[in-house]
Design a protein around this ligand. Structure first.
Ligand code: NDP
Ligand code: BG6
Length: 513
C-alpha cells in the first residue's frame, strides 16, 4: 500500500515485475526449436551463449520442445559438453535461489556433435540427430555462428544445404566481425546470400541488446521533454565513450587484424549513435526502425583522418605490478601499429544535426570500464546568474548522461541553488540509478538477442544496407591509417589514454565528460 506523504505526493512504487515479452507459444506441442551453437568449444559460447540460453530456459522463455546442440571440431561427448557448459551457468535471475535442479534439466537438453565446419557429411550427421530429437514435429532451426569469420561461409553453406529444415524456419545468427571494410563486408554478404535469404540472417551487435541502448528510443519518443531538445538547437555535442580496464590478452591474434575502430566504433558505438540521432520511425516495426537508422548513417560524413586520434597501450608498472603492453602479447607482431585506442569526431549533415560534433572514444587498457552516452547542452542565452552573481555557469551547461554500463543509470546534470540564505549555485544530478529503482537484475544482452532470434524479431539485428552505410563511413580512414602507417600515440596501461584525444575534442570546443 502506498503511504501518503505530508506534502500530498505519493511515493511511486517500482513497477510490477515485468511479464516476459514472449510472442512464442512456449507450450506448442506441434513444433520444436533446435539451436545449434557452431563453435561450441570456444570462448563466446562458454561465456555468453550457453549461459544466456540457460537464463531463457530458467525464465520459461524457451519453447516446450527445444534441443541445444554444440557443434565444433574438438572431440567431446555429450557429458563432456555438459560438464564444460555447467561451469559457466549461473543463477543470474535470483542469486538467492538454488537453481541447481533447473540446471540439471537444462543440461539434459544439451548435446554435442563433433564435425568440420566445411563438411556437408558432418552436417548431414547433425541433421539426422536433430531429426531424432524433433520426433516428427514441425522443425525450426537456429544456428549460432560462434566461430572465426574466415569459416562463416563454409559453415553457412553446410548448415543450409545439409541441415536446414523444410517445414519450419531456418535462421542463422552471425557474430561480428562482418568483414574488415566495405569490400570484404559486401563479399561476405554476397557469399552468405548464396545460401540464405536476408531475412534468415541475424547479424548480431550485442550492444543493441543492452538495456540502456534499447531504452534510448523509449527515452526519446515517449517523454515529451527530451525530443524537442534533441537537435542542433539545444545540443552542443554528443559523446559516445567506451573504455575497458583490461587489454586484449587472449584475443591479440583476432584484435591485431581488426583494431579498436573496427572492433568497437564501426559497430557498437555507431549503432548507438544511429539510435540516438535517427528520426522518429513510422512504427516500432523492425523495418521502420532500420530504415531510419540507415537514413541517418547515410547522412553522415565519412570520417577524415584529421578527425581521428589513434593510440596503443604500452607496458606500465604500478604498485609493484607490471601490466603488459599490447605488443608484449605473443600473438601480436612486435612492430604492430594496430590501435587499441581511438577518438574520432563525426558529423551528420542533416537539418537536425548540422554542425553538432558526435565525438567517439574507445579504448582498451584504460583506467576504468564504462560505456556512456553524454549529451552536452548549449549555454543558457544571457544567463541571469552569470551576469548577476559571476558564477561560473559557463562551465556548467546541462548534461544528460546515459550510463550503459556498469551501474546502469540515466542522470541529468542541472544547476541548482545551494539551500540557504545566500545565492550560490551548485551542479546537481537528477538521477535514475537502475539498481536503486528496479530490483530485478538486468538481463544480459545475449539473452534478449537470442530470444528475439527465436521469435523472429529483427529489430535489434543489423540489416545489410545498415552495414554498408556503416562501413562507408570508416573504410576510407582505415585505409589511410594503414597505408600511411600512422604511428599510434602510446599510452600507459591503466591510464586515461592519449592526450591527443583532448586536443581533438578541444578543436570542436568540447571537453570529454
Ligand atoms: P574462438 O577463437 O574461441 O573460436 C570458437 C571456436 O571456433 C573454437 O573453439 C574452435 O573450435 C573454432 N576455431 C577457432 N579457430 C579456428 C580456425 N582457425 N579454423 C577453424 N575453427 C576454428 O572464438 P570466440 O568464441 O572468441 O568468438 C567466436 C566469434 O564471436 C568470433 O567471430 C568472434 O569475433 C565473435 N565475438 C567474440 C567475442 C568474445 O568475447 N569472445 C565478443 C564478440 C564477438 P574447434 O577447434 O573445436 O573447432
Ligand atoms: C566485443 C569486442 O564486441 O565487445 C570486445 O570484440 C569487447 O573487444 C566487447 O571487449 C565488450 O563487450 P561488453 O559487453 O563486455 O562491453
Amino acid at each position: 500500500p502506498q503511504k501518503k506523504l505530508e506534502d500530498g505526493l505519493l511515493p511511486v512504487a517500482p513497477p510490477e515485475e515485468q511479464k516476459l515479452p514472449i510472442d512464442l507459444d512456449v507450450n506448442d506441442d506441434n513444433s520444436t526449436v533446435s539451436i545449434t551453437v557452431v563453435g561450441a568449444s570456444g570462448d563466446l559460447a562458454k561465456k555468453k551463449i550457453f549461459p544466456a540460453l540457460f537464463a531463457l530456459y530458467y525464465e520459461d522463455c524457451l519453447p516446450k520442445h527445444f534441443t541445444i546442440y554444440g557443434y565444433a571440431r574438438s572431440k567431446m561427448t555429450d557429458a563432456e559438453l555438459r560438464n564444460m557448459v555447467s561451469k559457466t551457468l549461473t543463477c543470474r535471475i535470483d542469486k538467492r535461489e538454488n537453481c541447481g535442479e533447473k540446471m540439471e534439466q537444462f543440461l539434459k537438453r544439451c548435446f554435442y556433435h563433433s564435425g568440420q565446419y566445411d563438411s556437408q557429411e558432418n552436417f548431414v550427421e547433425l541433421d539426422k540427430k536433430l531429426r531424432d530429437h524433433e520426433a516428427g514435429r514441425v522443425s525450426n532451426r537456429l544456428f549460432y555462428l560462434s566461430i572465426p569469420p574466415n569459416i562463416f561461409v563454409d559453415a553457412v553453406k553446410c548448415a543450409s544445404l545439409s541441415a536446414s529444415t523444410s517445414d519450419g524456419w531456418t535462421r542463422v545468427i552471425v557474430e561480428k566481425p562482418f568483414g574488415r571494410d566495405t569490400g570484404s563486408s559486401a563479399a561476405l554478404t554476397k557469399a552468405l546470400k548464396q545460401y540464405l535469404e536476408e531475412d534468415q540472417i541475424f547479424r548480431i551487435d550485442h550492444y543493441l541488446g543492452k538495456e540502456l541502448v534499447e531504452n534510448l528510443s523509449v527515452l526519446r519518443f515517449s517523454n515529451l521533454i527530451f525530443e524537442p531538445l534533441w537537435s542542433r538547437q539545444y545540443i552542443r555535442n554528443v559523446q559516445l565513450i567506451f573504455s575497458e580496464d583490461f587489454g586484449t590478452e587472449g584475443r591479440g591474434g583476432y584484435f591485431d587484424h581488426y583494431g579498436i575502430i573496427r572492433d568497437i566504433m564501426q559497430n557498437h558505438l555507431l549503432q548507438i549513435l544511429a539510435l540516438f540521432a535517427m528520426e522518429t520511425p513510422v512504427s516500432l516495426d523492425a523495418e521502420d526502425i532500420r530504415n531510419e537508422k540507415v537514413k541517418v548513417l547515410r547522412s553522415m560524413r565519412p570520417l577524415r583522418v584529421d578527425d581521428v586520434v589513434v593510440g596503443q597501450y604500452k607496458s606500465h608498472t604500478k604498485g609493484g605490478v607490471t601490466y603488459p603492453g599490447y605488443t608484449d602479447d605473443k600473438t601480436v607482431p612486435k612492430d604492430s601499429l594496430t590501435p587499441t585506442f581511438a577518438a574520432a569526431a563525426l558529423f551528420i549533415d542533416n537539418a537536425r544535426w548540422d554542425g553538432v560534433p558526435f565525438l567517439m572514444k574507445a579504448g582498451k587498457a584504460l583506467h576504468n570500464r564504462r560505456t556512456e552516452i553524454r549529451v552536452q547542452f548549449r549555454h543558457v542565452p544571457g544567463n541571469l546568474y552569470n551576469r548577476n552573481f559571476g558564477t561560473d555557469l559557463d562551465q556548467a551547461t546541462n548534461e544528460l548522461v546515459i550510463r550503459v554500463q556498469p551501474d546502469e543509470a540515466i542522470y541529468l546534470k542541472i544547476n541548482n541553488k545551494v539551500p540557504g540564505l545566500g545565492m550560490r549555485l551548485d551542479r546537481s544530478n537528477l538521477n535514475l540509478l537502475y539498481k536503486a529503482r528496479y530490483s530485478k537484475e538486468i538481463p544480459d544482452a545475449y539473452e534478449r538477442l537470442l530470444l528475439d532470434a527465436i521469435e523472429g524479431e529483427r529489430r535489434l539485428f543489423i540489416r545489410s544496407d545498415e552495414l554498408d552505410a556503416a562501413w562507408a563511413l570508416f573504410t576510407p580512414v582505415l585505409k589511410e591509417l594503414e597505408e600511411k602507417k600512422i604511428i599510434p600515440e602510446y599510452y600507459p596501461y591503466g591510464s586515461r589514454g592519449p592526450v591527443g584525444a583532448h586536443y581533438l575534442a578541444a578543436r570542436y570546443n568540447v571537453k570529454w565528460g
